[in-house]
Structure formats: C-alpha cells, structure tokens
Design a protein around this ligand. Structure first.
Ligand code: NAP
Length: 744
C-alpha cells in the first residue's frame, strides 16, 4: 500500500474504537495493518465480540468498558448503531481527554451532533462527525474487512470551528485506509444520504414486504427475475440498523419520501390515463441520468472532466496522416438542434448529433425542463417538441458543463420563460464573462443576476415581459447575437442585432430551417416575437472546427493525403480553409451540397509547403476557434505569420494566445505575443511538456504539433477533449499519429 506513514510518524498514538462490529472492526483492522496508529483498543457491549476482535488480531487490546477504552486515547471512534450513540457518550464522558479527537461512523450526522451536544453541552473543535460510504449487508465483527474502505468515499462534516490539525490527521487516517475523503456540512450530508441511500433502502424493504405479504408462502419469489434480485438486494440489510437510521434522520427522509411519493402518484395517474408521453419523458430522463451515473462510476464522462483532471497525451515525434475519415458532428449545430427541436411543435429527428459532454449537458437540461428526448443512439435523436411556451420549471439549477455557447444561448431562451432558472457550469465555465449577454438582455426587460464580475452562475427571473430592441454588437460574437435572437422569440415586437464583422449564422439558418422567419440585411439579423417553430429533420454536418486539426495535420506532414467527409462549410466557419489556402495548403473540395440549409463538402488535403502570412482581418472571426492549431501551421510555415484583432481569444476556455505561446516555448519555439494577437516565425519544433490548462483545443493543437516535432511532447490536462471531440485519440491514431493517453 502506498502512502503508509513510517512507524515513527503514526497519526495517532492510541485509537479507541467503541462498537466492535462490521465498521468499527474494519476500521480498527485497516488502521492497524497500515500502521496508521500506534495502538488500537476496542470495546463492545458484548465481551465475546471484543474477545473475538482480539483473537482475530483486529485490535491490540480489549477494554472492559467504554470509559476504560477511551482513557488516554487521542482518537475515539464511535462505531455503534446511531441510536446508541448518546448512551455510549455518557458512559465514556468522564474519561475522555479534552485533547482527544472524537469522531464516529454513523450513517446520519445531525443525530451525532445532537448527542454530543446533549452530553458535553456543545461541540468542541476536536469533534468531527464522519461517515464511510462503504458497508455490506453483513454485520458483526466476523464480517470485518480491512479493505472495506479501499476506493470508497468517506464524508466528514467539520464546521468553521474545527481544529485544522485534527481534521488533517483524521483525513489522513481515512485516506491511509484507501478511502477518498469528502467534506460537507452536516445538513447537506443528511439530505443527500436520505435521497440516495435511505430512501432506496426504504423502498426495497417496502417492496419486498408488499410482495411477500401478498403471498404467505413467498411462492412469488420463485418467478422473480434478475431485475427483482438486483433491485431488492439491499432489503437484506440489518433491520435494527435501518430502523435507527430512519428514526435518526427523520426530517430529511420524510422530505425525500414526500418528493418521491408525489412523483409516484404522477406516474400512477399517467398509467391510469394512458398518458404514454409522460411515461416516456420520465423514463428517458431517468435512463439518461442512470447512464450518466454508470459512466461516473466507471470513471468516465463528468468524473473525468471534474475530478480526474490530469489526462495526459503522450506524443512521439513524426508519424503520418493518411486515410479517409469523418469527424464528429458540429457542436454548435448539435446544441441548437436540441434547443429549437425542444421548442418546436412536433417531433424533430436529428442525425449526426455530437455525443460530446457539452451537447449531452444541453440535452439533459431540456429533459430537466420536461422535454422528452429519445437517444442519443449513435448520433440519432428524436425530440418531442413542447412548443415555444411548453417548457416546465426545472427542479434545480441547469448544469451546462464546459459550454460557454450553451450558457449564452440558454440565457436568451430562458429570459422570456414564465419560471425562474439558474445556470451553472464547471470550474472553467464559471470563470467566463456573461455580462456581454446579461447587459443587452436586461435592456430587453430581463432580470438576470450574475456572480461577481458578471460571471456564472446566472439567476434568471421568470415572468418578465421582454420587448424587442436593436443592438449593435460591440464585439463580433455569434453567441451574443444568437442569445438576443432567441430572446427575441419571446419579445414583443422586433429584435435586431447588427454585427461589426460576420460571425457564425447557425442560429439564423436553423431558425429558418424550423420555419421561423429571420430577416437578414447586410450585417443585421431580425426576428419578430410570437411566432411558431415547426419540427424538422436535421443531419448535422461534421464539425469544421474538429476537421481543422486534421486539415493542419495533413498540411504540415510531408507525404500526407487525407480525405475528410461531410464537413460543414458554412460561410461563417470556413476561415480555417481560407487561411490555410492563403498559406499555400493543398485542399480540394468535392461533393459540395446543401443539407438542412447548411453547405457541406468532402475535403481532400495533401501535403504542400506552407508560407507565413498576415491573417486578413475579415477572416479572424471566421476562424476564431481554429487559431490554436493554425499557430502550429504558422510554426511549420516558412516566414512570418501575423495575427491581430483576435482579443476574443483571451477569454475563451483559456487565454488561448498566452497558453499557446507558453506551450510553444516549452517546445523550443519563440513567439511574440501582442495585446490582440501573436507574431510567429516559422522555425523547427522541439519537444517538451505542455500544460493545456484544460483547454481542449490547445491539447489537440499540440497533438498535431508532434507530427513535425523533433522530440516527444507530453500534453497535460487533456480530459476536456471529450467535450468537443469524442474519439479524437482513436481517429488521430487511425490516420497515423503516434499518440497515447494516460491518466495520472
Ligand atoms: P454492527 O456490525 O451491528 O456493529 C455495531 C456493534 O456495536 C455491535 O457489536 C453492537 O452490539 C455494538 N453496540 C451496540 N450498542 C452498543 C453500546 N451501547 N456500547 C457498545 N457497543 C454497542 O453495525 P455496523 O454495521 O458496524 O454499524 C455501526 C455504525 O456504522 C452504525 O452507526 C451504522 O449506521 C454505521 N454504518 C454502517 C454501514 C453498514 O453498511 N453496515 C455503513 C456505513 C456506516 P450488539 O450486536 O449487541 O447490538
């Protein structure tokens, strides 16, 4: 086991465990075997249990009373059923040293706090309630297992007054037993456990009892299928322990039970009224949540993004780029297809949907607002539209993952709803500016609260009457434009937006695709509120922003010949193609067609030597997301490339100018960073250690750089690549790049 303290630096001198059962015995055994404490003394009200613990080598010493056990102990762990806690504390109170850390393992936490207060008149700074989220249906000392806590969570509920040294040592004790320690307030613990552990136990006990009661011989169980066995496994748990838990966590359990009973009644009504839509909505939302939960448990998806932060790309220098591939669907269109499909009348079918985490978060958010969405099944979705006024209030905040696009578009859509909403996201989204949408939305009559500095979470008040405005965008931003046009659907009169330079027009095109009239004159787009969206069929083209990595990869690699299929060629997105062509890249378009209002083509890329250019100002907004990888093209080109007018890059998922410059420097490439751009001279690329700062496009850009590097490149913090480009590593390998991934 790693992380074992050496014997001279044990965390506690003398640990007293009161209650020699499954949990107390397992903790004693784990702490002893990992040598986390010098001496373990145990006590149980049944002397036979204490004796057995001693005989099995679980404890060093057995005590005859709780008071004897805690004398001189610097750590006391109460491991008895929660209802016995107060009486145990009374037994040991006189002998407990004021210096001792007092903790417990009970499944409810307010009950422990109340017991300590009743016995000691208050909570000292060394009282730290705890609860290992590990156990078994077995009980008693014979079932104890030193590996019980390994890779399980332990929740501690310290407060502001808790002694930091005591807390650190207790955390180390649990992590030394292999557990992952989480901290939260007492009330939150009891609420969460009521919903996720106590309620399911109650339902399992109740269901088995109901069925068994219907059939005295329990004959019915003979026919029970695997589902019944899985579902009712927990009804075999210790009845005494669970009786105690329900009585100790009464209020939180009742709240969870009432909530559940209400939902069950609604399902009952739906069945009674043959309301298949409601059943579909609830079941598909539940299935999506369960799938998400399974991914979390297997360490994928959101867990990867949020906790296993350091996914590393390891790249060997060189490699080739050849083949025929299709990259995943366009992210912007995937987001918008759900939004407009949800608000349309009728069923919208979507193909080629990007199953990245951000679009899945958008999908879940609409499910949370009562929209039935079937799928995604290999990129296919069926969205049962609820009409423009059919969304329902979500139960809690809407989580939008890492997606700035989603947050800005949602804020427009939700500003005109009848209900309040709160929009949240991951740590990186929480740092991004939202005032640029909140300010003009306020001008339209919306009421929006942001956190400090105009950042998420956004709290949007429902029931506001919006009125159309004309807005001149101060910076070219498709997200702000789209946000205002979507708010315009709910506003009285006309909403118009004029942009200083062309930006992506997916929202306008897709609104038209859903039969909503959008007028476009030059740089101005207008919508009138009060219209209707009609369901559509959408075949999402491959994302040009994802294709860009392979366009550059093939352009810089001698001998490369790659075909990319069904790539979206929206004129507001083709900056990367125009810029690469201006640099001398050899791109051939074929099979050009229009699908769902959006132009699409196949692109063949063959290697050709590149030259540095001054990037034309009008191309900057059209290639804004592609600059990280275009910087790599610039390094591999002959001569100088100059980018200006790209200050927007500094407020993307990372400060993309500085983070790219730092990464290039780590690979031996010097660049000159300016306020709104960068100057890059063509030069040889070395290798090195690059920190992507969690920015997916930076990570993929350096993967491409390895094709021309002279030494290995290691890119840190790459988990977010899954947000925009699921399957990137597999596709990169398929064309001949030498990439592998590793968790650390
Ligand atoms: P257990 O195996 O039944 O062990 C509890 C032990 O404490 C028993 O030997 C019991 O003796 C003894 N005890 C009861 N009252 C006592 C008293 N007044 N003085 C001294 N000893 C006393 O139960 P457990 O599963 O370890 O549960 C212990 C605690 O851990 C509970 O608070 C429970 O909520 C919590 N917990 C349990 C699990 C789980 O899955 N089992 C998971 C997480 C947390 P008797 O048998 O004579 O009553």
């Amino acid at each position: 086991m790693t992380g074992q303290p050496n014997p001279s630096s044990q965390l506690f001198e003398r640990m007293a465990v009161i209650g020699m059962g499954l949990i107390g015995g397992s903790l004693a055994q784990a702490a002893r075997s990992h040598r986390l404490v010098r001496h373990v003394v145990g006590y149980d009200r049944r002397p036979s249990e204490t004796e057995q613990a001693l005989a099995l080598g679980i404890i060093d010493e057995g005590a005859a009373s709780a008071a004897d056990a805690v004398a001189n102990a610097d750590l006391v762990v109460i491991a008895v059923p929660v209802r016995a806690t107060e009486s145990v504390l009374r037994e040991l109170a006189n002998k407990l040293s004021p210096q001792a850390v007092l903790t417990d393992v009970g499944s409810t936490k307010q009950s422990f706090v109340t017991a300590v207060e009743a016995v000691f008149g208050g909570l000292s700074s060394r009282v730290i309630p705890g609860h290992p989220i590990a156990g078994s249906e077995k009980s008693g000392i014979a079932a104890s297992d030193p590996a019980l806590f390994s890779r399980h969570k332990v929740i501690l509920t310290p407060d502001d007054n808790t002694d930091p040294d005591a807390l650190t040592r207790l955390c180390s004790l649990w992590s030394g037993c292999g557990a992952k320690v989480l901290q939260m307030p007492v009330a939150r613990h009891d609420e969460i456990l009521a919903a996720t552990s106590h309620l399911p136990h109650l339902i399992a006990f109740s269901l088995v009892d109901t069925l068994a009661g219907e059939d005295d011989n329990k004959e019915i169980f003979r026919y029970a299928a695997g589902g019944f066995r899985d579902f009712t496994r927990i009804a075999a748990s210790d009845p005494v322990m669970w009786r105690d838990i329900f009585l100790a966590n009464r209020d939180s359990v009742l709240a969870a039970l009432d909530h559940f009973s209400g939902d069950l009644q609604r399902l009952r009504l739906a069945i009674e009224q043959s309301d298949g839509d409601t059943l579909m909505r609830v079941f598909s939302r539940a299935k999506a949540a369960r799938d998400h939960f399974s991914k979390m448990l297997s360490g994928q998806a959101y867990v990867t993004t949020m906790t296993q932060k350091n996914l590393i790309f390891r790249l060997q220098p060189g490699g080739q780029v050849r083949g025929d591939i299709r990259v995943p669907g366009d992210k912007s269109m995937s987001h918008r297809s759900i939004m407009l499909g949800a608000l349309a009348e009728g069923i919208t079918e979507v193909e080629g949907f990007l199953e990245g985490e951000d679009s899945l978060a958008t999908l879940q958010a609409f499910r949370d607002m009562g929209v039935t969405i079937e799928g995604p099944e290999r990129g296919y979705l069926r969205i049962h539209g609820v009409g423009i006024h059919g969304l329902q209030a979500p139960r809690g905040p809407l989580y939008l993952g890492n997606s700035g696009t989603a947050m800005r578009l949602f804020s427009g859509l939700l500003a005109g709803q009848a209900f309040d909403t709160e929009l949240t996201g991951d740590a990186s989204l929480t740092k991004r500016p939202m005032a640029r949408v909140a300010d003009p939305l306020r001008q339209m009559g919306a009421e929006i609260e942001t956190a400090e500095g105009g950042r998420p979470p956004l709290k949007i008040r429902g029931g506001r009457k919006l009125h159309g405005i004309h807005y001149n965008l101060p910076v070219a931003s498709a997200q702000v434009k789209s946000c205002l046009l979507l708010a315009g659907l709910y506003a009285e009169g006309e909403t118009s937006v004029t942009e200083p330079a062309p930006t992506r027009d997916h929202t306008e095109r897709m609104l038209s695709g859903f039969g909503y009239r959008v007028q476009r004159e030059g740089a101005t787009a207008r919508v009138r509120g009060g219209g209707v969206l009609t369901a559509a069929k959408i075949d999402v083209p491959a994302d040009i922003s994802s294709a860009a990595f392979f366009l550059v990869a093939a352009s810089i690699t001698p001998g490369a010949d790659l075909t990319l299929r069904h790539v979206g060629m929206n004129p507001t997105r083709v900056g990367v193609i125009n810029i690469l062509q201006a640099m001398g890249a050899k791109l051939t378009l074929s099979n050009e067609r229009v699908i769902g209002g959006e132009p699409v083509a196949d692109i063949r890329v063959q290697y050709a030597p590149l030259k540095g250019i001054t990037i034309p100002a009008d191309q900057v907004p059209l290639a804004i997301d592609e600059f990280p990888v275009l910087f790599i093209a610039a390094v591999c080109a002959e001569g100088q490339t100059v980018l200006t007018g790209a200050e927007e890059l500094r407020v993307k998922e990372s400060d993309r100018i500085q983070v790219m410059a730092d990464g290039l420097e780590a690979c031996g490439v010097s660049t000159r960073v300016t306020a709104d751009g960068i100057i890059i001279d063509g030069q040889p690329l070395g290798g090195g250690l690059v920190d992507s700062h969690g920015d997916h496009r930076i990570a993929m850009a350096f993967a491409v750089a390895s094709l021309r590097a002279s030494a290995p490149i290691e890119v840190q913090d790459c988990a977010n690549v899954a947000t925009s480009f699921p399957g990137f590593v597999a596709l990169a390998r398929k064309v001949g790049m030498q990439i592998s991934e590793e968790h650390s």
